[in-house]
Design a protein around this ligand. Structure first.
Ligand SMILES: *Cc1c(COP(=O)(O)O)cnc(C)c1O
Length: 435
């Protein structure tokens, strides 16, 4: 299957090219030329399949023409080695817990899947090691580092701003070792991003080594998130609650919800979607006015959703042929201030005994306010509340237990390379260290 760019000015790409490039040369996002529908009997028996079994069927529809089936099966089974349960919070309202992976947030699946797919294509090409450069302000770095951990033939360099990420976040990518190198830059996140961008443009570096990114807009990172929604539907079906099924996704760059929309296009019976925003309300405003007006992002409690120009908006527009009416018929929106996020977390804890993280809180509230009679809804709990321990504890006035996995990271020994905010120094480091 070929992939086209949402800007329609770039040549069609193979899956291999789309995964290595990330962004199309015309700065558009790659889209598959067709979305294969799954057969009716798949949906009838979906509640009798394991998460891995159903995901393999979904993955074949996306990637089955381009990846050998046995290899694809391995990738899927390796990627989805943890559960994504739905938990009842209130009558007809369920939390889809996407935080049981290695870094306790939903980006784990996409990162791992991309790592394994990149490895598959790299192996076909020969022996040369691929170097992934990633700049992070915290969470992306940990998902990518853990996704790529131990994946042979790929080395990851995580650049992060010294002193500007939380200890919990830092521990998740500086304690790993193996094929993961953490680079602590004396600067801010934008400096890290500039170093990475300069490296991708440097002729000498690119001649000497294979460099690639693990950008969140990569098709291999966003599409596998569709698996979650098949599994959510299957669990609801098992409970007899799959009729008029509504999915609510706390959204920032809109990758996760776009994957869910793809699921619906494949035939998954989702009645409608709700995109929950924090104060960064660009999509919400678009639904109201039909105008897409990106702006500078605002800092909020749900900081992984602090996005002022959601990159996957281009995919949503493309999916529905640019029609505002069609988009509105599938997706509604919501936006919440930090104050509302806080009161929602507190109320949900006090009334239902369920601890929300600030991102999930947007989802829960949007679903609760938007659900109609006869509908059943799930909202994504995109991160474990312990990842935002201080914030959550202060708001709910109770202690949040740190899961074993997170505690283990925090006990690990930090290993990082200190780097001046200087491209010459970064370039020399790569030239001397990369094989
Ligand atoms: C990345 C992230 C989001 C937003 O997901 P998008 O795909 O960017 O919309 C929400 N919650 C958490 C915890 C995240 O890390």
């Amino acid at each position: 299957m070929k992939y086209y760019s949402t800007n329609k000015q770039a040549p069609l790409a193979t899956l291999h090219e789309a995964v290595v490039k990330g962004l199309a040369p015309d700065k558009g996002l790659y889209m598959p030329e067709k979305i294969n529908k799954l057969p009716q009997n798949f949906f009838e028996s979906i509640d009798k399949m394991s998460f891995q079994e159903m995901s393999y069927e979904v993955a074949k529809a996306f990637f089955g023409e381009d990846v050998e089936h046995e290899a694809l099966k391995k990738i899927v089974y390796d990627t989805l080695s943890f559960p994504t349960p739905i938990k009842k919070v209130e009558e007809n309202i369920y939390s889809l817990e996407l935080f049981h992976g290695p870094t306790l947030a939903f980006k784990d699946v996409g990162a791992r899947f991309m790592a394994r797919l990149l490895q598959y294509f790299t192996k076909q090409e020969g022996k040369e090691e691929v170097n992934v450069l990633v700049a992070t302000s915290g969470d992306t770095g940990s998902a990518v580092a853990n996704g790529f951990l131990g994946v042979e033939g790929i080395h990851v360099y995580v650049l992060y701003p010294k002193g500007k990420v939380s200890k919990i976040q830092e521990s998740q990518f500086t304690t790993l070792g193996q094929n993961i190198t953490a680079i602590e830059v004396d600067g801010v996140f934008d400096d890290c991003q500039a170093l990475v961008k300069n490296a991708f443009m440097d002729k000498e570096l690119n001649a000497k080594m294979k460099l690639t990114s693990a950008n969140s807009i990569n098709v291999a990172r966003f599409l596998p998130q569709a698996f979650y929604y098949f599994n959510a539907y299957a669990q609801a079906k098992k409970l007899g609650k799959a009729k008029d099924f509504v999915v609510c996704v706390p959204s920032g760059n809109f990758g996760n919800i776009t994957a869910a929309l793809f699921g619906q296009q494949m035939g998954l019976p989702i009645k409608r979607f709700i995109a929950a925003n924090n104060a960064n309300d660009i999509f919400y405003k678009y639904l109201l006015t039909g105008k897409y007006e990106p702006k500078a992002s605002l800092h909020t409690l749900a900081n992984a959703m602090d996005v002022g120009a959601p990159s996957n908006f281009a995919r949503i527009l493309d999916l529905y042929d640019g029609s505002w009416e069609t988009i509105k018929s599938h997706v509604s929106g919501a936006t919440y201030s930090d104050e509302q996020i806080g009161e929602t977390m507190k109320a949900c804890y006090e009334i239902d005994g369920y601890i929300l993280d600030p991102h999930g809180a947007c989802g829960y509230r949007a679903l609760k306010e938007g659900l109609k009679d006869g509908e059943t809804g799930v909202f994504c709990e995109t991160a474990h509340p312990a990842k935002f321990k201080d914030t959550v504890e202060e708001i709910i006035g109770a202690e949040v237990e740190i899961p074993e996995r997170l505690a283990a990271f925090m006990k690990g020994k930090k290993q990082s390379v200190l780097m001046d905010n200087d491209f010459g120094a970064f370039k020399n480091f790569l030239l001397n260290n990369v094989k």
